[in-house]
Design a protein around this ligand. Structure first.
Ligand code: ADP
Ligand code: MG
Length: 214
């Protein structure tokens, strides 16, 4: 890789606004047995972004959804694509504020500049109708041109409740899932596993309230 390309990658990693650094090399596929290493490597090649396809990462808390989303996002940047990482809450509050201030088109243009938009933690809270409509507008804008990667604790069948309105939910899911890779992760939380391991190594100090960690 030439130095100039290295600078571009560093700059794009910053611009993507990942909350922390996570890499595929640090992901333990032996622990996450339901995750297909080959499928993740294929996504990391960035080919899905070239085709404008979407990725949906599903599973309970702590199984590595955000880790994989960041790691794939970083790899995709190394393949020359632009990426933005944002939580669903930040994305929707930003869109709603822009809508009220008459700046929605600018905000949509901003998100539309990135080839891959990673939306983390969709569905923690049900969306109000206005937010669901804005989310639909975003999905429609990107359909078949720009990729979305979404992480969620809820199964796709539950998303109807998240978007409150069934008609809107169907319209969103129709476009989102048309060209998509769904990764369903099962198993226990990696965070709790680490706690348990620590408990084994130091039984006297083993935490009793393991579930206290988020
Ligand atoms: P989720 O987004 O599914 O709630 P995270 O991706 O935030 O979970 O993972 C929780 C923590 O556990 C993070 O620090 C992450 O790096 C780590 N982690 C999760 N799964 C793995 C794994 N299979 N290998 C290595 N670290 C993991
Ligand atoms: Mg997460």
């Amino acid at each position: 890789m030439v130095a100039r390309d290295g600078k571009r990658v560093t700059m794009q990693h910053k611009m993507a606004r990942f909350p922390v650094r996570k890499d595929l090399a640090d992901f333990d596929f032996n622990f996450a047995k339901t995750v297909d290493k080959k499928q993740i490597a294929e996504l990391a090649s960035g080919a899905f972004v070239g085709r404008g396809e979407n990725v949906v990462l599903l599973g309970p808390p702590g199984v590595g959804k955000t880790h994989l989303a960041i790691a794939i996002g970083r790899a995709v940047i190394e393949r020359g694509y632009t990426v933005e990482f944002i939580t669903a809450t930040a994305l929707l509050s930003g869109l709603q504020a822009a809508h009220r201030q008459g700046r929605l088109a600018d905000r949509m243009t901003h998100h539309g500049k990135r080839k891959l938009l990673i939306i983390d933690e969709l569905g923690y809270l049900p969306l109000e109708r206005e937010a669901a409509c804005l989310f639909f507008a975003l999905v429609a804008q990107r359909y078949e041109k720009l990729s979305l990667m979404i992480t969620s604790n809820h199964s796709v069948s539950h998303w109807g409740k998240v978007f409150t309105d069934d008609v809107l939910a169907t319209a969103i899911l129709d476009r989102l899932l048309h060209h998509s890779h769904i990764i369903q992760i099962r198993g226990e939380s990696y965070r709790l596993r680490e706690k348990r391991k620590a408990g084994l190594m130091a039984p006297a100090e083993a935490p009793s309230g393991v579930s206290a960690e988020k």
